[in-house]
Ligand binder design. Sequence first.
Ligand code: ADP
Length: 628
Amino acid sequence: MQEKGSISIHTENIFPVIKKFLYSDNEIFLRELVSNAVDASQKIKRLSSLGQFNGEVGELVVDVKFDEAAKTITISDNGIGMTAEEIKKYINQIAFSGATEFMEKFKEANDANEIIGRFGLGFYSAFMVADRVEIDSLSYQDGAEPAHWTCDGSTSYEISEGTRTTRGTDVILHVNADSEEFLNKFKLQQILDKYAKFLPVPIRFGTKTTSEPDGEDEEGKPKYKSIEVDNFINNTNPAWTKSPSELTDEDYLAFYRELYPQSMDEPLFWIHLNVDYPFNLTGILYFPKIKNELEIQRNKIKLYSRQVFITDEVKDIVPEFLMLLHGVIDSPDIPLNVSRSFLQADGNVKKINNYITKKVADKLQEIFKSDRKGFEEKWKDIGLFIKYGMLSDEKFAEKANEFCLLENTNKESYTLKEYYEKVKDIQVDKDGNIVYLYSSDVAQQDGFITTAIAKGYDVLVLDGPLDTHITSYLEQKGGEKIQLKRVDSDVIDKLIQKDEKIELILTEEESKKATDLFQKAINRTDMNVQIEALKADELPVSVTLDEFMRRMKDMAKTGGGMGFYGNIPDNYKVSVNGNHPLVKRMLESGEEEGQKLAKQAFDLALLSRGLLTGADLTSFVKRSVEMI
Ligand code: ADP
């Protein structure tokens, strides 16, 4: 039996085009061929269990071998095999109807993956790295003859009698001159580790050296000897394919280490995903400890389709904020050959997205409810993640509102609702606004915090990288009339303005004089002096930065699109307490002495918020020494 034929594509020069186009991710040839071998192995198992194959299934294994001298890579399986007819049917007829249509779609396709996926070109990806490909196969069917097929990447092939004596298929690649890098143990091992690590049929790649106990030496210490053992690439039964009831915490942690051998930290907790309607999806998502580096932790979720690794760029499958999670998602409903544009258009992907978001929110809620203390302890690791989620995903925010925590300067935690209840009667201003005071830097704003607490107010700590956005979020979504004000953005009685009216004891003329005096003493254009009617026992001078301006500038800094504000210099308000006896004294002293006192009081205010530095600090110290 020998037959020559032509592969049914109608354009002669299509292979060179495909080859060239596919060249960039050419390592996926191995994924495609190994998955075909795994499929063939699983098919024989299925046929046997259905009673359609009565022979011995035996131990199923896929072997990957290479021969550097002969420049070949061989993928062998003992799966169902193919008859010559089947080779002709499955291999020769590339799954598209005509060259015109192919070329049309080819233009739309974005990458090699997509072409392979759209056209069922899995097997043909072999030609990305090979000049010539051979298939040697023996079908499981009774009386089947071995078949041999060879093709040099043009559209003609040759089929003849094969030599295989046992059931299964060998695919032999004659590696081309440009792809000799693949004739390398480390390279192949690395590709197999990436794509085949959790395939359901054992994949063997040569042997490896390990050691084995070998009696004892003269001193009675155990001896070891090196032995060569089969080098199996994969864990055929990874944790996500099991039922959660079979798994202990230790199993989940062990699987995490298997996924990320490099990782030093243990995950905080995990979610086992398992859906079969309206789409199929399994997986395990881990919550890592998240520090402040939102960026570098991305791309840790690995996407699988029936245990074949596809990608770790899950951008369109997993909601943006969940990309901080680690773990595995496996769905046969996501085609093996995914591409960006495909994913964006796919309805299933949207559903998967929503499902994962919901599961994550439910899990967090469950932990919050069942172990609030534990949840609070984890807050510093998961808080950033939850806030990120609330800001970027409304559905998530709806749920997260119930377990998002606010922490005050006493390190007490409250839910949003609890906090509202706590302060709503005390921190209400004359217009009915509920004012949440917060600090972005507890050490630097200590003076302001102490003053606020002395008044019976509470101060939140909002010092995280997303907290500028969270302040706006709380105002918009946190309930009616909530205002957030940083504790140093004005004097306390202005921050929460009550109805009581305090009279200014200075006359209008004295007020003007005091303003002049301070303006001259300070002599800075970025400081606006204001005489205010505060209680006599409040500080004589404080320096504050307007909440609105500061927020706009913060936003500009974190890239919130307020670029214009970023360029405006800071403009501070110098609140002079007109009712403080010191002010009267300044006015009554001579010009020089008055200015000296004003400068001293101003410097103290700067000092209390860490703004007094350099030469100003030196002259302040000198002046203080003189004064005492
Ligand atoms: P796909 O796997 O997407 O169908 P391929 O081009 O990779 O496309 O393979 C085409 C067909 O060839 C497969 O569906 C299968 O029937 C057959 N085939 C490929 N490799 C093997 C193999 N190792 N053993 C048995 N059949 C195979």
